[in-house]
Write a protein that binds this ligand. Structure first.
Ligand code: KG4
Ligand code: ZN
Length: 360
């Protein structure tokens, strides 16, 4: 590692008590948060700044891509500046820049990518494009006690619901994925339907805490017997139909509250996610599992997954809430690993709206 040299620049060499220090700036602008973080040696977070655009998109009940790009443009310089300042790191002390290159909204991704190219060029340091989903998987390495390879990972977010067999850095096999809506998307759509605002996950979780989760038996889609894939669109339709009937006064059951609907919906999502993870760890016979992505902030999911995995004898690692939702630190971790493996990207790095993880 002492002589790590990559296209597009050289890793600056710095030592602290005999240990090589590599400081990476991680940037993510894949969706509606402008994120930048400074991470030392792919594990110690010196700063992690997330500028949320919720107030911009809230009134539309979802992310408006054009507005997201514009917001990233006005935020990015300030967010990176704040990340450097909080970390106590000067721009010329950075060793590498990692930036999400996909999957995501192309216009939004391009803001981060072009900023990173210009910054990397000015500082003469290597630039590496990162797959956002790899970032979610590797966010677990920001924890004090990370897992050892191999493990089964569930990344559950607003855009994706995937189960992976993770054998090492950069070595992933997709075991299952959603065939339609992602779990977070289902939370967001049900929140919109119930007029609870955007994003929906946190608000549904809060409401669900006051409701009963066993009064409405919403469908759980397991697909075929052996399938590790997901489908949440049937559940979404079932909830929509239920709410429509519930709102029609004459058929309205006064015993059922909106909190009961939220709790019953959340229970259906959590059941499917945990059952599929039990099936995946059983099938691959790997005794370690990881839970990551925005929906992994959900306490009901965290608790249920912990209980089920403990029963199965599987060690479960869950990302800290701040590293579950989109952040630059997880991108810095993935970028650091790529740089250390001798990889980097040049000025041709482009945005990819779709970016299968097995095409890394
Ligand atoms: O990982 P993330 O920040 O962005 C994507 O890559 O999509 O995930 C955002 C998703 C949103 O759909 C949001 O509703 C969901 O994570 N989410 C939650 C919770 N907090 C955020 N879902 C359920 N419960 C939560 N507490
Ligand atoms: Zn994400």
């Amino acid at each position: 590692m002492h002589s790590a040299c990559v296209v597009g620049g050289f890793l600056r060499q710095r030592e602290k008590r005999g240990t090589i220090i590599v400081i990476t700036l991680g940037i993510d602008t894949s969706c509606d948060d402008t994120c930048a973080a400074i991470v030392e040696n792919g594990k110690s977070v010196l700063s992690n700044i997330v500028s949320s655009q919720v107030t911009v998109h809230h009134r539309y009940g979802g992310v408006v891509p054009e507005l997201a790009s514009r917001e990233h443009i006005s935020n990015i310089v300030h967010v990176v500046g704040e990340a450097l300042e909080r970390a106590g790191v000067k721009a010329n002390e950075l060793d590498a820049i990692a930036v999400t290159s996909g999957p995501g909204l192309v216009g939004a991704l391009l803001v981060g990518i072009y900023f990173a190219k210009a910054f990397g060029l000015a500082q003469h340091i290597p630039l590496v494009g990162v797959n956002h989903l790899e970032g979610h998987i590797l966010s677990i390495f920001l924890e004090e006690h990370p897992p050892s390879f191999p493990f089964i990972a569930l990344t559950v977010s607003g855009g994706h619901t995937n189960i992976y067999h993770v054998r090492g850095f950069g070595d992933y096999t997709v075991l299952g994925q959603t065939l339609d809506d992602a779990a977070g998307e289902a939370f967001d759509k049900i929140a919109k339907l119930l007029d609870l605002g955007y994003p929906g996950g946190a608000v549904i979780e809060k409401l669900a805490a006051q409701g009963r989760d066993d009064v409405i038996d919403f469908p759980r889609a397991y697909l075929s017997r052996d399938s590790l894939d997901f489908s949440f669109s049937g559940l979404k339709t079932a909830v929509a139909l239920y709410v429509k009937r519930w709102l029609e006064q004459e058929q309205r059951n006064p015993e059922i509250t909106v909190a009961d609907i939220a709790a019953s919906f959340q229970a259906a999502v959590v059941d499917v996610l945990t059952d599929k993870m039990v099936a995946a760890t059983g099938r691959v016979k790997v005794p370690t599992a990881v839970l990551a992505g925005g929906v992994a902030r959900n306490n009901r999911l965290r608790r249920t997954m912990q209980e089920r995995m403990a029963r199965e004898g599987v060690d479960l690692y869950i990302s800290s809430p701040e590293f579950c939702t989109d952040n630059g630190a997880m991108i810095a971790v993935a970028g650091y690993q790529r740089i250390m493996a001798g990889q980097s990207d040049g000025l041709t790095l482009d945005a990819r709206s779709r970016f299968p993880i097995d095409q890394l």
